[in-house]
Structure formats: structure tokens, C-alpha cells
Design a binder for this molecule. Structure first.
Ligand code: UT7
Length: 322
């Protein structure tokens, strides 16, 4: 039977660090508010690197760690809500940058759940026999769609990219996937942009920035992080006690704390790096997985759940055996 497995990881973050104190210099906020309400201490903000550049660097490292050549890649899937431009896709630019001449390439938009949607697609492509090697990337430069005068959002987000090489194998790897959307709440998290339905209408002045009903998204997130985790456990016929780590979307420490209590899963077994990067949307889960790999925390046979939620509103989870 064909399975799919993550065989290489890469990540890249811009070098420019913006601390909570730095933000407090130009917007009415404080380190104390941001830390206690979210757990975030600092984030990375790109100065001159676009999303495709972050994604490219993450992909090059992931391929190197997987010992796979770029021209062996069959598909590139980039999950992003902050692409370089409407067209072409970030994935086509990445394809060119890394020399993946035999790959097809497309972007997907499932906001902060994007990487998990990408993993689901990669898993399906591999299991159907359509592909043997798929690069799944979450990459964002949210700083360019952040309203730096809006304290409700500008303290939350950061720039980053994370990439995974997913390969056909007979070993255990991706054991269960689940994604879902609740489009009735589409209005809760938006990046409006120019009005493409009627380009002759002038865009509202701040329409190209992220706007969010934080409390609505918070309620959604605390519910679905638990639901999605339970769903993949059920699909894989496992219990929470079989799980070594949960890698959650890094939006808010309070959401992770809630999930820990509700699932009866110790907070120490959730990987958390939001204090250093903030919410990097589709990049957050692969960046966290990459850091665990770099820190030598992932052992063969470990069962790990990746879980995320975000704009759409969307959510998803994946249960993998390392
Ligand atoms: O990745 C996509 C998924 N996104 C999420 O999961 C985000 C989910 N939501 C959240 O994490 C939280 O709702 C936030 C962190 C966005 C906000 O935290 P909150 O505890 O829900 O705060 P709030 O919106 O209820 O605001 C409380 C107060 C308000 O003041 P008043 O009206 O009580 O006087 C805000 O104006 O805090 C104020 N406030 C701030 N104060 C200082 C909001 N942002 C700030 C700020 N600094 N940055």
C-alpha cells in the first residue's frame, strides 16, 4: 500500500526582529498587554524579501534535508494569503527559483490552515499514484497586509516560511487528515483588497489590510482545535495517550492552554514558539515542526498531531508517525 511521509523540512524567517516594546513606540499598546493576552514577545518583519523568497529558502533547505533533487519534485503547493502578486502564483516563482523543472505548481488559500490543507492534497496526490514527491510550503509576508496603526491586529502577526517534502513510501507516515471550513463566518477575518467584483469602485482606504473580529475567531479556534484533534485521533484509531506532541497553529497561548485542558494533554507536550514569531499564518505549523526537528525532539515512531485554524474560517489537522 502506498503511504506518504514527511522526509525533509526547511524554514526561513527574516532577520529583522520587532519586539513588543518597539511596537509600543508607534501604536498604543504595551509589552504587558501583548504578552498576557497572546504570549507573543517578538515577531519577524521582512524588510525587502517577498513571500516567494522566504518560500524558496525554506524549500531549498527542505530538499537538502530530504536528500532530494529539485527536478525530482512532482508538485509544489504553496499555501499563502500574502502572495507576491495575484498572478503568477508564488509556487511558480518558487519552481523557477529552485529549478524544479518537472513539477506542476499551484497556490492555495486556506489562511492559517493552509499548510494542513496542502498536506491533505499532497497525501491524496501520492495515494492516488499521481505524484511521488510533493513540496508543501506555508509562506507569508503578512507585514505587507498589516495595518501598522491598528493595535488589535498589528501586534499579532509575523513573517516566515516553512516547507515539507512529502514522499511516497511503504512506511507509516501521514496516518490521518481532516480539513473543514465554516464559510458562514467568512466575515470574521478578512484581507479585502481592491474590489475585483467591480474594479471601477474605489477601494476603501484600509481595505488591503487584515481585519479581524478577534473574539469571534477566538471562540471558533478554541472549539475547532479540540474537534479537529479528536477527529484525526478517531480516524487513526488512536487515543490522546498515544500522542507524543501536538503542534498547534501559533495564534495565541490562551487558545493552546484551553486545548491542553480540554483534551487532557499536558501543555509541555504542545510545541510553542509563538513568543518568538507571533502568528505567521500558514507558515506557523511547518516552522514549529522544523524547529522540533532541528532541536532533535522528533524520534522515529513518535505520533504527532498538527492542528490549525484561521481565515475562511477554516481548520484542519493531520496525524503523522515520524
Ligand atoms: O490566525 C488566525 C486565527 N486568529 C486567532 O486565533 C486570533 C483569535 N483571537 C485572539 O487571539 C484574541 O481575541 C486577541 C488577541 C485578538 C484579542 O484578545 P482579547 O482578549 O479577545 O481582547 P479584546 O479584543 O477583547 O480587547 C480587550 C481590550 C479592548 O479594550 P476595551 O474595549 O476593553 O477598553 C481593546 O481595545 O484590549 C484592547 N486592546 C489592546 N490594548 C492594548 C486590543 N488590542 C490591544 C493592544 N494593546 N494591542
Amino acid at each position: 500500500m502506498i503511504n506518504s511521509k514527511i522526509v525533509g523540512l526547511g524554514a526561513y524567517v527574516p532577520s529583522n526582529i520587532v519586539t513588543n516594546d518597539k511596537l509600543s513606540e508607534f501604536v498604543d499598546t504595551s509589552d504587558e498587554w501583548i504578552l498576557t493576552r497572546t504570549g507573543i514577545k517578538e515577531r519577524r518583519v521582512s524588510i525587502d524579501e517577498d513571500t516567494s523568497e522566504l518560500a524558496t529558502r525554506a524549500c531549498i533547505e527542505a530538499l537538502k534535508n530530504a536528500s532530494i533533487k529539485a527536478d525530482d519534485v512532482d508538485h509544489i503547493i504553496v499555501a499563502t494569503v500574502s502572495p507576491d502578486m495575484f498572478c503568477p502564483s508564488v509556487s511558480c516563482i518558487v519552481q523557477n527559483n529552485i529549478g524544479a523543472v518537472n513539477a506542476s505548481a499551484l497556490d492555495i488559500n486556506a489562511a492559517c490552515s493552509g499548510f494542513l490543507y496542502g498536506v491533505k492534497l499532497a497525501n491524496s496526490l501520492i495515494k492516488s499514484g499521481e505524484a511521488k514527491i510533493v513540496l508543501v510550503v506555508g509562506a507569508e509576508t503578512l507585514s505587507k497586509v498589516t495595518d501598522w496603526t491598528d493595535r488589535r491586529t498589528c501586534v499579532l502577526f509575523g513573517d516566515a516560511a516553512g516547507a515539507a517534502v512529502i514522499k511516497a513510501t511503504e512506511e507509516n507516515g501521514i496516518m490521518a487528515v481532516h480539513t473543514m471550513a465554516e464559510g458562514d463566518k467568512w466575515n470574521a477575518l478578512k484581507i479585502d483588497g481592491i474590489p475585483v467584483r467591480n474594479p471601477f469602485v474605489k477601494a476603501e482606504e484600509r481595505a488591503h489590510y487584515i481585519s479581524m473580529n478577534g473574539q469571534e475567531v477566538f471562540r471558533f479556534a478554541t472549539r475547532v482545535i479540540v474537534e479537529a484533534t479528536r477527529k484525526v485521533l478517531k480516524k487513526a484509531d488512536l487515543n490522546i495517550s498515544d500522542i507524543t506532541y501536538i503542534i498547534p497553529h501559533q495564534a495565541n497561548l490562551r487558545i493552546i492552554d484551553y486545548a491542553s485542558k480540554k483534551l487532557g494533554f499536558p501543555i509541555e507536550k504542545f510545541y510553542i514558539n509563538l513568543d518568538r514569531y507571533g502568528n505567521t499564518s500558514s507558515a506557523s505549523v511547518p516552522l514549529a515542526l522544523y524547529e522540533m526537528f532541528q532541536e532533535g525532539k522528533l524520534k522515529k515512531g513518535d505520533k504527532i498531531i498538527l492542528v490549525g485554524f484561521g481565515g475562511g474560517l477554516t481548520y484542519g489537522a493531520t496525524l503523522i508517525e515520524w
